[in-house]
Design a protein around this ligand. Structure first.
Ligand code: GDP
Ligand code: CA
Length: 341
């Protein structure tokens, strides 16, 4: 380690969506392992609070895309090219279902992946909460983090899209249908997290935010991933109450999302599609928001001043997660900005 390496944090808690959050977590763990080895210290424990509002029931199975993406990525079971689903996947179940003509045909249910959903669905139907099911699944995958669903309650993000055949001129689809079947190519007129207002934080979630030494918001989708986690009643309050610093990394670089559909959804919320726009949308903790510190990409360095003017410490560094080393450097920069200033 160099003299400029940030101090090794104690306990770390990360809020996460799917692919963006999981890739960041890989880099964070990589850096924590290196820094701990260099310091002759134990690797700090990491807790992940994952979004569950993308979850859906499909062909009678409960599918949790973001939990599974984190679990498979950190457990070395992910398909690295796709960024989701299992490695060495085959698609016979999907083909057979399509041959029966049963909908939905657009959802990618891989043969290996089906086993995870079968175990989950059986356990849920036996009465176990999602948090206990997730813990059981993680016993196989050993992701190296404690993985907590944001809530055990059913929350589903729905998206209103234009439809001339409907008297109202619009129709509501599940977020997965908006993203996978419609490929986010039609306007999102509204994004509605159904059930969010009456959800309660899952077991351990509030404690993971208050009894920790650092909270990180990775470059996950600010609306449908982190926006829903922050919308679980009690989560924002926990972030206000915690004595740990809260640092985030921008998913928007040069006015565009790196992948996914953050642009469309931010527009539907009236949030400017820029690194500073997202940082200011989260807001300063000192002013009722959730951030103490915010990292933007080098190309957005001109936006640092606007973020700092709002009371959020801000710095520009490379934020492209091109490989584990580049992502580890991002994690180190986030820790440095949060803890060392
Ligand atoms: P999802 O649930 O699979 O959509 O994943 P997340 O919500 O965790 O992350 C999606 C977000 O990650 C998108 O808004 C992307 O812009 C962002 N993202 C993906 N790759 C990168 C990257 O290399 N750098 C940065 N800064 N953001 C990224
Ligand atoms: Ca997701």
């Amino acid at each position: 380690m160099t003299a400029s390496s940030p101090t090794l944090p104690g306990r770390v808690t990360v809020l996460s969506g799917g692919v963006g959050g999981a890739r960041f977590l890989q880099g964070l763990l990589h850096w924590l392992e290196q820094a701990a080895a260099a310091a002759g210290a134990a690797v700090p424990p990491v807790t992940v609070v994952a979004n569950t509002a993308d979850d859906l029931w499909v062909h009678g199975l409960k599918v949790c895309p973001d939990l599974d993406t984190v679990m498979y990525t950190l457990g070395d079971g992910i398909d690295p090219e796709r960024g989701w689903g299992r490695t060495a996947e085959t698609w016979h179940v999907k083909e057979e279902l399509a041959a029966y003509g049963v909908e939905p045909t657009w959802f990618g249910l891989g043969d290996r992946d089906v086993a995870t959903h079968l175990v989950r669905t059986q356990m849920l139907e036996a009465g176990y909460p999602l948090s206990a099911v997730t813990e059981a699944l993680c016993r196989r995958w050993r992701p190296g983090v404690r993985l907590l669903p944001m809530t055990d309650d059913r929350v589903e993000t729905h998206v209103a899209v234009p439809d001339d055949d409907e008297p109202s001129g619009q129709r509501v689809v599940h977020f997965q249908e908006y993203w996978i079947r419609l490929q986010a190519a039609v306007p999102a007129l509204a994004v509605v997290p159904v059930g969010l207002e009456s959800a309660t934080p899952g077991p351990g979630v509030v404690e993971a935010l208050t009894e920790t030494d650092l909270v990180v918001l990775p470059p996950s989708n600010p609306v449908v991933s982190l926006g829903t986690i922050l919308g679980v009643p009690g989560v924002r309050e926990a972030l206000h109450a915690t004595s740990a610093p809260v640092v985030g990394l921008s998913p928007i670089i040069g006015g565009r999302h790196v992948r996914g559909m953050a642009q469309q959804l931010l527009e539907s919320r009236g949030v400017p599609v820029s690194a500073s726009g997202v940082g200011l949308h989260y807001g300063a903790r000192s002013a009722g928001g959730v951030l103490d510190a915010w990292l933007v990409d080098d190309v957005d360095a001109a936006e640092v001043a606007a973020v700092e003017a709002a009371g959020i410490r801000c710095r520009a560094v490379p934020l492209m997660m091109t490989d584990a080393d580049a992502t580890a450097r991002m994690a180190a920069a986030a820790v440095a900005l949060a803890t060392d200033g």
